[in-house]
Design a binder for this molecule. Structure first.
Ligand SMILES: Cc1cc2nc3c(=O)[nH]c(=O)nc-3n(C[C@H](O)[C@H](O)[C@H](O)COP(=O)(O)O)c2cc1C
Length: 372
């Protein structure tokens, strides 16, 4: 698996792991891959602590970060709106619907002293502090999702020897990223967990590889075992970018109720839904996604109104899912179609070892089919 990209980045294996959990990120880097911490949802202070922790833990091994940098969202023409302006745009009908949904499921209220997760902020300018902060740490890679990274981020990466990557769900996205000057394109297919487009990994990866010339491409979406990894490399990718497979590892801080649901789920149990973020994101089906999917009910609002609308409701669901049957029915999380194969809790290291071993076995099997 000695791809040029792996060699350039000093990786034993070209296995990139997107995760919101610092323990997973560090464990992947220590096992020879590249842990990439998703910074969405971390406040500035929390993020600094997470990065310092990973830095110490990996002892010089490379790690990266990932940011959500959407180009299109409510208020994007003005570079983003303030909290009051955003609140004014949320219809009463939607607020009522969320309240009624939680009441119908008997979800308890939050105690008064609860601190909610940081607000979801969008817009290059609003993210500038975050980008400055991550560049003050010894990262090897910075990735942007939902849009090309701004020119100054690419410049900053270049001057510091940090690879800049961007996620693409179509070949047009990939071309735009290449024109913007990124170092790596992540071609992420329909089956992936999180924000995702409509083209499958099998179709998208070779299209993107052919479109971006010499730029290295990572394949993402539906990669959870060594046969899928081998297929991704066969499609022309120089490595794989994974997400879902880490959610059921020992190290993952996935909500215990969600982890159990993932372990039981089949590959049919996910849906692309705008109900958490306002943009289509693949997640586990639950009473939450069913309610938002029902044509009788209001449609989810666009980003960033929907995450603002559901922030408190989601906190209520997560805090009580272990004791409230209604919250247990509602709770869900982002995950891809490979959730159907996530049936056992394993350590991060053993997931990497299995990926690598199955890759070697698959290559041997394919090799044995070639006639001399
Ligand atoms: C729980 C979860 C959260 C995600 N959040 C982000 C994110 O904030 N930024 C991002 O670039 N990708 C995000 N993704 C997508 C991953 O980067 C990755 O492309 C995807 O998980 C690959 O497909 P797979 O889930 O089938 O492995 C997320 C994926 C999951 C499963």
């Amino acid at each position: 698996m000695r791809t040029k990209l792996a060699e350039d980045m000093g990786l034993e294996f070209p296995i990139f792991a997107f995760t919101h959990c610092r323990d997973v990120a560090a464990a992947v880097s220590k096992a020879g891959g590249l842990g990439v911490l998703g910074v969405a949802g971390h406040g500035l202070k929390g993020l600094r602590a997470e990065l310092e922790w990973i830095e110490k833990e990996v002892e010089g091994k490379p790690f990266g970060v990932d940011l959500l940098l959407p180009t299109r969202f409510v208020g994007s023409e003005q570079g983003g709106l303030d909290a009051g302006q955003l609140d004014e745009k949320i219809p009463q009908e939607h607020r009522r619907f969320v309240d009624e949904l939680l009441a119908k499921h008997g979800v308890p209220s939050l105690p008064a002293d609860v601190e909610l997760t940081p607000e979801f902020s969008v817009g290059y300018e609003k993210q500038r502090d975050v980008i400055e902060l991550v560049f003050s740490h010894p990262i090897s890679l910075i990735a942007s999702a939902l849009g090309p990274p701004p020119g100054w981020m690419i410049e900053r990466g270049r001057s510091r020897g940090v690879k800049v990557a961007a996620l693409a769900g179509t070949v047009d996205h990939a071309r735009r990223h290449a024109e913007a000057g990124v170092d790596i394109v992540v071609a992420q297919g329909y089956e992936a967990g999180g924000h995702t487009g409509e083209i499958s990994t099998m179709v998208l990866v070779p299209e993107v590889v052919d479109a971006v010339g010499s730029l290295p491409v990572l394949a993402a979406g539906g990669i959870g075992n060594g046969r899928q990894l081998t297929a991704a490399l066969a499609l022309g990718a120089q490595g794989v970018w994974t997400g879902s497979v880490w959610l059921t590892t020992e190290e993952a801080e996935t909500h215990p109720v969600v982890k159990e649901k993932f372990l039981r789920a089949s590959s049919r149990d996910t849906i692309r839904s705008r109900s958490l973020t306002g943009k289509p994101a693949r997640q586990l089906r639950s009473a939450w996604t069913e309610a938002w999917d029902d044509p009788e009910n209001p449609d989810p609002l666009p980003m960033p109104l929907q995450p603002r609308l559901v922030r408190e409701a989601q906190a209520r669901i997560q805090r009580t899912a272990h004791k409230s049957p209604g919250a247990e029915q509602l709770i869900n999380y982002f995950v891809g179609q490979i959730v159907g194969s996530l049936n056992q809790v394993k350590s991060v290291r053993s997931v990497i070892e299995e990926l690598v071993q199955e890759y070697a076995d698959t290559m041997e099997r394919l090799d044995s089919w070639i006639e001399d």
